[in-house]
Design a binder for this molecule. Structure first.
Ligand SMILES: Cc1cc2nc3c(=O)[nH]c(=O)nc-3n(C[C@H](O)[C@H](O)[C@H](O)COP(=O)(O)OP(=O)(O)OC[C@H]3O[C@@H](n4cnc5c(N)ncnc54)[C@H](O)[C@@H]3O)c2cc1C
Length: 385
């Protein structure tokens, strides 16, 4: 058991930190205010290998382990969660192609993401389908050697900037049980009948693109099927086991960023003739913020390790890490605003943005309630709830 990062991981963390401070920090408020996609930052991040961090080297990626990627995510999110989400979600769906795709799909799609030429997404949620993934209604029907897709997907990260999407479709409406009859199909955004409508007015992560996708008789070749026809639900659940750890790492980054800023402010701000950091109430708050962040980090790293090892505990650990770390992010960001007093309530200070950005980690990729259902299911040895 080793609790220290390797020398390579320390160098990686420091390099990513420098990138975030130089390229992201100066433009963070601007992209948040404008709700704009940070294309300039994306190009630089791709050059550094950050958009394809987990993609294997043979497909042009950086080939980092899940633990390495967690370290990258933490550093980027500790500077600005919105832009960090755009950078680290450019390959959102690549793990499904890596796990279930054909060699041809890997060659064609992973290389484009790794080079920064393309951005992708994963589309499961629909206007009437969120926590209950087994209710997905987007329909894909075979017509000769093509799939014809009809339906709507809601809240899709990278929806209006993405070049292709791993889309959860119902391919057999007469399947014998609730979890069969779904397939993952890759849909390119330049297909006829594909429309994306950007969603604005989000509480946080406003530099990340979110859109509704509409498929109106979209036709793709049958070879766009990812993995096995009818196994899409189980494939998607395995994908979420991997990516939930990444959301936990996002939350750790937010908590770290909020804590760092609260410490800095508490040392500078004076009241009653002394820095507020000399009041024990503030010291205890800072201690609790650091303590909770470190606990969330350890659980997240263990979950990342479990994904790398394909350890049998990984489903439970990923849900524990996501549920725990996301709550920590929300609480710690709240505390950081409190330490700033009135100054924390306006966007002159980053903590106002962290406070808004933190909440999404409790919602996407399965809400906290769904994570608890999964943990309980694993504890009780049950099948899907
Ligand atoms: C900014 C943003 C980006 C997103 N990106 C993507 C994306 O890229 N791809 C994608 O597919 N989706 C994406 N989503 C959708 C996200 O995954 C869903 O919002 C989330 O899964 C919750 O679904 P819902 O919003 O429909 O809530 P609902 O499922 O309607 O849930 C509402 C409330 O009921 C609770 N609840 C529901 N069922 C249960 C239960 N069985 N037990 C206890 N409580 C329950 C939930 O926890 C929640 O509190 C994104 C969402 C947002 C806001």
């Amino acid at each position: 058991m080793d609790f220290a990062l390797s020398d390579e991981q320390v160098s990686l963390r420091d390099e990513v930190r420098r990138f975030a401070e130089n390229e992201i920090e100066p433009v963070a408020t601007e992209y948040d205010e404008e709700e704009a996609y940070p294309q300039e930052v994306m190009d630089k991040a791709a050059q550094m290998g950050l958009t394809g961090a987990h993609i294997p080297i043979e497909y042009g990626g950086a080939g980092y382990s899940v633990l390495d990627v967690a370290i990258i995510i933490e550093e980027l999110f500790s500077v600005d969660p919105g832009i960090a989400l755009s950078v680290t979600s450019a390959a959102f769906g690549a793990d499904a192609i890596m796990a279930f795709g054909t060699e041809e799909q890997k060659d064609r799609y992973l290389t484009q993401i790794a080079s920064g030429e393309a951005v992708m997404g994963t589309a499961v949620s629909e206007p009437d389908v969120g926590s209950d993934v087994s209710a997905v209604s987007t329909r894909a029907e075979r017509d000769g050697d093509e799939w014809v897709i009809n339906g709507n997907k809601m809240w899709i990260t990278n929806g209006s900037v993405g070049d292709f999407f791993v889309v959860m479709c119902r391919t057999d409406p007469d399947a014998s049980d609730r979890y069969s009859g779904f397939s993952q199909i890759l849909i390119e955004s330049d297909r006829d009948g594909f429309t994306a409508e950007k969603i604005t007015g989000k509480l946080g992560i406003r530099a990340s693109d979110t859109a509704e996708l509409i498929f109106d008789d979209v036709r793709v070749p049958e070879e766009n099927l990812i993995g096995t026809e009818g196994a899409g639900f189980l494939q998607m659940m395995q994908f979420f086991d991997d990516t939930r750890t990444m959301v936990a790492a996002q939350a750790v980054g937010i908590a770290k960023g909020a804590t760092d800023r609260a410490i800095e402010y508490a040392k500078e701000r004076e009241q009653f003739g002394r820095p507020i950091s000399e009041f024990q109430a503030i010291q205890h708050k800072l201690a609790e913020m650091a303590m909770k962040t470190e606990a969330a980090r350890q659980l997240t790293y263990k979950s990342a390790w479990a994904v790398d090892q394909r350890d049998q505990q990984l489903t439970a650990l990923a849900s524990m890490a996501k549920a725990f770390a996301s709550r920590v992010a929300v609480e710690v960001a709240d505390d950081a605003v409190q330490v700033h007093g009135g100054a924390g309530y306006v966007n002159d200070f980053d903590v106002e943005r962290f406070y808004r950005d933190a909440k999404i980690t409790e919602i996407y990729e399965g809400t906290t309630q769904i994570q608890k259902n999964i943990i309980a299911r694993e504890l009780l040895g049950k099948s899907f709830v």
